[in-house]
Write a protein that binds this ligand. Structure first.
Ligand code: SAM
Length: 364
């Protein structure tokens, strides 16, 4: 897919009658450039009651009918999250709405990579075992196992949200990738990691574990997005809801000690080099949000990009905005503004993403 993100001659018409620009503001800007919640409450917008689950003010433990500690989820404002076990906590929701969004995101990422599940130069008869770290709903691992029916595939996650009906040589395991990996050294010919931003404290340690588990001559591949929206055409105003989005994650990431600027800081390549991988290559792409690009493939990607975001905006931002002190009603008002800006389509937004892959040297 080309990198060209030219908008269609006329951008999609507004679905909201009001203009999205914000009036001049006088509120103080908080840490990381985050506008106070009152800013969004003061903007003209009718927020629909979407009938979602009851509001709550704090994180409470959901312990009903639970037999295993990995099923001991936390509830935050009516949304389900992975419970903190050992090192692992995760900022995204792990309920149905988020799973649907992750599945749509898989379609978007695959399309962006030219309908390929991987970019490393894999040879089918040499990939005997493959590993997908932080597999989420397992959708990538399922597709990979279908494409490589003779390969034994393992998908790991801290949340057991994967289906049970899967290709015969695929299995899912609960494993915290921030701890020492439990896999035998040199045991995987391909290791895949996607969208782990905000989940990893020490990326160098993560790739060191991947290096150990990778067989000599095998490949590791990492796809990570930026959490910030950009525009080549209008710029994204700092005080727009789109402009504020990334600031929530960067600031919230500081609170939970996990970086959301993996792409910006070139962490994938640096950590792979530090681990000892060679022949490192990368592919960068843009994911438009909305059907504004002229190029038909990018247009399709933009439709998907918008669907991913809109299918569960709350599941992405609720936890992280909560860590910096926002209540659910405040977050809901912000989300309404974001949705309106995305649908209005006048900023031609996109986010960047980067795939990096490298090989463990033969004889290592
Ligand atoms: C944004 S989702 C991406 C899922 C999948 N890789 C994909 O691209 O569809 C991130 C996943 O990483 C998992 N995760 C977070 N921290 C983890 C950890 N320490 N060990 C293993 N998985 C983790 C989360 O539970 C979540 O399923």
């Amino acid at each position: 897919m080309t990198d060209e993100t030219t908008p269609a001659a006329s951008p999609p018409g507004p679905q909201s009658p009001a203009k999205p620009e914000s009036p001049p503001r006088s509120e103080p800007v908080g840490p990381g450039g985050i506008l106070p919640a009152e800013h969004w409450a003061q903007q003209e917008l009718v927020v629909a009651d979407d009938g979602e689950s009851a509001l709550g003010e704090s994180v409470v433990s959901s312990t009903a009918s639970i037999t295993s500690s990995v099923l001991n989820y936390r509830m935050l404002h009516g949304r389900r999250y992975h419970s903190e076990i050992g090192h692992a906590s995760y900022w995204g929701s792990n309920d149905e709405a988020q799973s649907e969004s992750l599945d749509l995101n898989h379609l978007a990422m695959t399309l962006a990579c030219g309908q390929k599940l991987y970019l490393a130069p894999l040879e089918e008869d040499k990939v005997h075992r493959a590993l997908d770290i932080g597999t989420g709903t397992g959708i990538w691992a399922i597709d990979f196992a279908d494409e490589f029916p003779k390969t034994e595939v393992i998908g790991t996650d801290i949340s057991p949200i994967q289906p049970t009906w899967v290709p015969p040589l695929l299995k899912f395991e609960i494993e915290d990738c921030t701890l020492n990996w439990t896999f035998a050294p040199d045991s995987f010919d391909y290791i895949h990691m996607r969208w782990l931003l905000g989940s990893i404290t020490d990326w160098t340690a993560l790739f060191a574990e991947a290096y150990k588990a990778c067989s000599p001559g095998g490949w590791v591949e990492s796809l990570e997005p930026s959490c910030q929206f950009q525009s080549d055409h209008t710029g994204i105003p700092d005080d727009s809801a789109l402009g504020q989005w990334g600031k929530f994650f960067i600031e919230g990431g500081k609170k939970i000690g996990q970086s959301f600027t993996v792409l910006e800081d070139n962490i994938q390549r640096k950590a792979m080099e530090a681990a000892g991988f060679v022949d490192i290559q990368e592919f960068q792409f843009k994911v438009p949000i909305g059907p504004w690009p002229k190029d038909p493939q990018l247009n399709e990607l933009g439709v998907l990009g918008q669907a991913v975001l809109e299918s569960d905006i709350e599941g992405y931002i609720l936890f992280i905005a909560n860590t910096i002190g926002w209540s659910r009603p405040e977050i809901q008002v912000y989300i309404a503004h974001l949705r309106r800006e995305v649908r209005f389509g006048n900023h031609y937004p996109y986010y960047r993403a980067k795939v990096v892959w490298g090989r463990k040297p033969d004889g290592a």
